[in-house]
Design a protein around this ligand. Structure first.
Ligand code: Y39
Ligand code: FE
Ligand code: FE
Ligand code: FE
Length: 231
């Protein structure tokens, strides 16, 4: 049954309920930042022309990871890293496979579009309901995530015609996984006063804008966005 969202005034950051949910959400974010760090190192190997920039992005991800580890410690929460690895397993596997085959377009779609849009949505929704310590950290992080998304947009826009088919295929394969991930985290997010509807809305706005900036038409975007909505 739908419950009303908790407001920040009602949130007790030190309650067992909050900390239990935080042990999973915090772990997801730490694991996500760790994988993003590795993914940008991998992308630097695949795109030697952009090596310096991509290594710079990978270092930012490592700093984000440290920041979110501090958020967990600040609330005396132990992140459930096992849960987080399982949470990311499918996207992680798809990225690895694409990198193995040097499908750089798929790698960019997974990391720089899908995962970055997911991060931007999650951090935007989290900031107003975060504890003071975590809010300051997250505000710094989300600015960086926009620049990571921008890297993917610019590269894919420049290579749009030859990437289009692979982008469509990678979207079809990976977007349904995002909806499954959102479903898996819905209850814990709710405990932190982050509503699934708001996460979906923000994600779709970021992702749709990104596809548009790359060169897809509104019609393409509608079609591509519909994949896996019922996952
Ligand atoms: O590029 C990045 O830094 C992305 C890896 C980080 C992903 C964070 C994923 C957050 C999902 C949290 C879901 C909470 C509702
Ligand atoms: Fe709810
Ligand atoms: Fe990050
Ligand atoms: Fe990022």
């Amino acid at each position: 049954m739908q419950q009303l969202a908790a407001t920040t005034a009602e949130l007790d950051f030190h309650s067992e309920t909050y900390k239990d949910a935080y042990s999973r959400i915090n772990a997801i974010v730490i694991e996500g930042e760790k994988e993003a760090h590795e993914n940008y190192i991998r992308l630097a190997e695949l795109l030697p022309e952009y090596k310096e920039e991509l290594i710079r992005l990978s270092k930012m991800e490592n700093r984000h990871k440290k920041g979110f580890e501090a958020c967990g410690r600040n609330l005396q929460v132990t992140p459930d890293m096992q849960f987080a690895q399982e949470f990311f397993a499918q996207l992680h596997q798809n990225f690895q496979k694409a990198a193995e085959s040097e499908n750089v377009v798929t790698c960019l779609l997974i990391q720089s579009l899908i995962i970055e849009c997911f991060a931007i949505a999650a951090y935007n929704i989290y900031i107003p309901v975060a504890d003071d310590f975590a809010r300051k950290i997250t505000e710094g992080v989300v600015k960086d995530e926009y620049s990571h998304l921008n890297f993917g947009e610019v590269w894919l826009k420049e290579h749009f015609e030859e990437s289009k088919a692979e982008l469509e295929q990678a979207n079809r394969q990976n977007l349904p996984i995002v909806w499954k991930m959102l479903n898996a985290v819905e209850n814990d997010a709710h405990t932190l006063a982050m509503e699934k509807e708001a996460l979906v809305e923000d994600f779709m706005i970021q992702y749709g804008e990104a596809l548009s900036n790359i060169g897809f038409t509104t019609r393409d975007i509608m079609r591509m966005s519909a994949y896996g909505l019922t996952a």
